[in-house]
Design a protein around this ligand. Structure first.
Ligand code: ATP
Ligand code: MG
Length: 659
């Protein structure tokens, strides 16, 4: 949100190749604009057309949008369908049952494949098993599983019988799991004996036992266990059951339970970067429509693609772009178990080479850590791998620093693959602002323009548009089919968090943004709470962080403000170098150099007052920087906030010390 005029750099623009444009589904900017114009001209008509053309309905809807109880919007309200039918049966019925649906690679590199027909068989058996355990339409089922085909089977089986799933990431503690089970009022937990991560076996079933023992989970009737490692686990009869035994005992033939369009497909707790996690409730039809459409538009998915989204099924990205979107398109996707740095930091590049991945979608945090790895260990540099099968790259989860974007573009994409920098949230269900690979000219660090039908805008605190070139609050003006429907059990928090009165009916994303003065491109400047005010200059944390990351020594940086008597707020930067953490004289020297670098890149006003070095930054389990914790550290306070989703608590001690 700084005055961009002070920025000495020209914006670099990268154009998709002629070939990418010619072959794309949305081919060129005129095609993009035509779709936007259609949505603008007849908003509900546009969405109705999309929903008719892209989903199979058991009973067609007669109207697209019901806004009579805004902001509790309903889409395609009187239509009925089934999500699993739309992801599996439609392809098998179309004669594509033999096509590979999922390729799966374990932590130790073993590969399995499942076709659409086999997946439907497994989903049907498990859905019948769930029914036999008394799981009914509308019941909540918590899924606490490792990355596995079985994880997708569990989600799809819930969808098949109209049960509402809530996937909890397998890295969460017993306490966090317990809280989510209780909040959702779940009747059943699906888990695994153990999971494999980085060559180690980690418990899952034991954590479920611990969570249930903490109390408050009386609604749970059964725990179903997928046998992943064969490790020793405690079994409590008749509560606990093996997934493979249940599936073997049931028929694959399970007619889908048709549900209303608005039936809750899933609840998903947000990652907690900004506060206590919220149970985001999604619909069936609107959600699936967008998961599918964004696969078609943003990834331009084709029958012969091998699509790889590296997210965990415990995050929304793993829902929309592993469990539902690719399958709704009848695509072939690859999933992996483990971490990007095991057996070494070349894992991703090796898998792309070996499986001939064509579309690759990952997070900036992974890219930054792999840059650091490649620069310290030449053996895992991507140049050692053949990556020419790739045609499209994507990122999600945080803003990508321009320096990391350029590395990704050049070293992974060979200067050939468009990068889709997709801005969206758990709450939005799917991509909202992103380049299109065969249309949008790209600017590193900018998520560019909203998808057709998405009315994103930058406004001030009273909901009025701000001029391009001025920072403000990111909102979505009109409801859209994949939007969050509620915070589970807390409609008041839903209204307060996303539809505050001052904004006059716009959806509040919680992120700050600025539109480029010339082309209106969106750049996310950070969370609204993270805006800094230094001597009256408003600055987004993102710009300063990107300036730091553009220095060759810096792998990662997080910037927060702390109160300052003279300047109002002082900038405090937490920095991870590509080399070991410096101390003493060396730390002072590098800090001075970095301060100077930011001064040159942005301007003297943006120079951090404090710079602290760490081995890492505090991150959520989804890999995002938790700046709210750093704010306490910068002030010299103890961290007293919700840290239930913090991945690496020990780092707080290290960063809390001033040099
Ligand atoms: P919580 O809501 O609990 O604080 P969270 O916001 O991190 O957690 P998610 O829904 O997973 O949970 O993340 C959405 C947020 O991630 C966005 O609001 C935005 O801040 C950030 N984000 C995601 N993709 C991008 C992107 N391409 N560019 C910039 N920021 C992004
Ligand atoms: Mg959020």
């Amino acid at each position: 949100m700084s005055d961009t005029a002070t920025h000495p750099h020209e914006r670099k623009v990268y154009y998709p190749s002629q070939q990418a444009v010619q072959s794309a589904r949305i081919s060129g900017m005129d095609a993009y604009r035509a779709l936007c114009a259609e949505a603008e001209g007849d908003y509900t008509g546009f969405w109705a057309r999309m929903a008719r053309e892209n989903l199979q309905w058991q009973q067609p809807f007669t109207h697209a949008l019901d806004d009579s109880q805004a902001p509790f919007y309903k889409w395609f309200d009187d239509g009925w369908l089934n999500v699993s039918f739309n992801c599996l049966d439609v392809h098998v019925q179309a004669g594509k049952g033999d096509k590979t649906a999922i390729v799966f690679e374990t932590d130790d590199g073993a590969v399995t494949r499942v076709s659409y027909a086999e997946l439907l068989d497994r989903v049907g058996r498990f859905a019948n098993a769930l029914k036999s355990l008394g799981v009914n339409k509308g019941d909540r089922v918590v899924i606490y599983m490792p990355m596995s085909i079985e994880g997708v089977v569990a989600m799809q089986a819930c969808a098949r019988i109209g049960a509402t799933h809530s996937v909890v990431f397998g890295g969460f503690s017993a306490q966090s799991l317990r809280d989510r089970i209780e909040d959702a009022g779940a009747v059943l937990v699906i888990t695994a004996d153990e999971q494999r991560r980085g060559g180690k076996s980690l418990p899952l079933k034991a954590i479920v036992d611990e969570a249930l023992a903490l109390g408050g989970c009386d609604t749970i009737r059964h725990v179903v266990v997928y046998q992943r490692t064969g490790g020793n686990v405690a079994f409590t009869a008749p509560r606990d059951l093996w997934m493979h035994e249940l599936s073997a005992a049931h028929s694959p033939d399970c007619p889908p339970v048709w549900v209303e369009a608005e039936h809750p497909l899933f609840l998903l707790y947000t990652s907690g970067s900004t506060g206590k996690p919220k149970g985001v409730q999604h619909s069936s039809a609107g959600y699936l429509l967008w998961a599918k459409l964004t696969m078609l538009w943003t990834f331009d998915i084709r029958p012969d693609d091998l699509f790889w989204c590296t997210a965990d099924i415990g995050w929304v990205t793993g829902h929309s772009y592993i469990a539902y979107g690719p399958l709704a398109c009848g695509a072939t996707e690859i999933m992996f178990e483990g971490v990007p740095t095991f057996p070494d930091a070349g894992r991703f590049w090796k898998m792309i080479e070996q499986h001939k991945v064509t579309i690759f979608y990952t997070a900036p945090t992974a890219i930054r850590s792999l840059i650091k790895a490649a620069e310290t260990n030449p053996a895992v540099h991507p140049r050692n791998y053949k990556l020419d099968s790739l045609r499209i790259l994507g990122t999600v989860g945080e803003p990508i620093n321009p320096a990391a974007w350029e590395w990704y573009y050049e070293h992974i994409g060979g200067g050939r693959c468009p990068i889709v920098d997709t801005w969206w949230q758990t709450e939005t269900g799917g991509h909202m602002i992103t380049p299109l690979p065969g249309a949008t000219p790209m600017v590193p660090g900018s998520c560019t323009l909203p998808l057709p039908g998405i009315t994103a805008e930058v406004v001030d605190e009273t909901g009025h548009d701000v001029p391009w070139g001025t920072g403000g609050i990111l909102v979505i003006k009109k409801p859209w089919p994949a939007m969050i429907r509620n915070i589970w059990g807390d409609p008041e928090r839903f209204k307060k968090s996303y539809y505050p009165e001052e904004l006059g009916g716009y959806y509040l994303a919680g992120d700050g943004a600025i539109r480029d003065a010339n082309d209106g491109y969106f750049t996310i400047t950070g969370r609204i709470d993270d805006v800094l005010n230094v001597s009256g200059h408003r600055m987004g944390t993102m710009e300063i962080e990107s300036a730091l990351v553009s220095h060759p020594l810096v792998a990662e940086a997080a910037v927060v403000g702390r109160p300052d008597d003279i300047t109002g707020e002082a900038i405090c930067a937490f920095v991870v170098l590509k080399r070991p953490r410096p101390e003493g004289e060396e730390a002072l020297k590098i800090a001075a150099e970095l301060r100077n670098h930011v001064g040159v890149e942005i301007g003297p006003i943006a120079k951090p007052k404090d710079i602290r070095f760490g081995d890492n930054l505090p991150k959520t389990r989804s890999g995002k920087i938790m700046r709210r914790l750093l704010r306490s550290l910068a002030k010299g306070e103890a961290v007293t906030q919700d840290t239930s989703t913090l991945e690496n608590p020990a780092i707080l001690d290290q960063l809390g010390k001033t040099h």
